[in-house]
Design a protein around this ligand. Structure first.
Ligand code: ADP
Length: 166
């Protein structure tokens, strides 16, 4: 099942929340800041031992003070016009996040709109990739949440989802 919701991702009751991190994994603004604030300082201390994360890859940590027991940190590409491999890298973020969840046997996961904030990836294009990858994993992870942070983004996701053939 794929759900589209408009809510602060830190409030969700899911097995794993995906964080749109930066490559240091040490915290930042946007959803990253919100997740670090909700998880508490132990998250940053733990992330400091991981040695960062390249763009397109993902790392899993405990959720610490977060409601979700796990956080999957993935580093999205900065939008540079679309000709710098951004789509492949963004797809890799979703795929690698799902693979970590599947390897742990998790049954629910929530994704923010990776790269669509400060990193400037156009929401419509990012949402197509996100939903395509979610469709591929929907039988492996029973509950998948596309967590939007604005009604506008939720409408983009909702339209794409209702227009899909699966
Ligand atoms: P990036 O640097 O990957 O673009 P941002 O955090 O700037 O990451 O934005 C990614 C997406 O997360 C944007 O759609 C933004 O609106 C959304 N966002 C920001 N804060 C939250 C939150 N607390 N819960 C869910 N989504 C959020």
């Amino acid at each position: 099942m794929i759900e589209v919701v408009t809510v602060d991702i830190t409030t969700l009751d899911v097995s794993a929340v995906v964080n749109a991190a930066n490559s240091t994994l040490l915290g930042g603004g946007g959803v990253d800041g919100a997740i670090h604030r909700a998880a508490g300082p132990r998250l940053q201390a733990h992330c400091g031992t991981l040695g960062g994360c390249p763009v397109g890859q993902a790392r899993m940590t405990p959720g610490f003070g977060l409601r979700a027991p796990w956080i999957i940190h993935t580093v999205g590409p900065v939008w540079q016009g679309g000709s710098q491999g951004e789509a492949d890298l963004l797809q890799a973020c979703y795929t690698n996040s799902f693979e970590l969840a599947v390897a742990k046997g998790l049954d629910s996961i929530a994704f923010p709109g990776i790269s669509t904030g400060a990193y400037g990836y156009p929401v419509e294009q990012a949402a197509v990739l996100a939903l395509e990858t979610m469709q591929l994993y929907r039988f492996k992870v029973p509950r998948i949440v596309a967590c939007c942070f604005s009604d506008r983004d939720a409408r983009v996701y909702g339209k794409l989802l209702s227009g899909s053939t699966v």
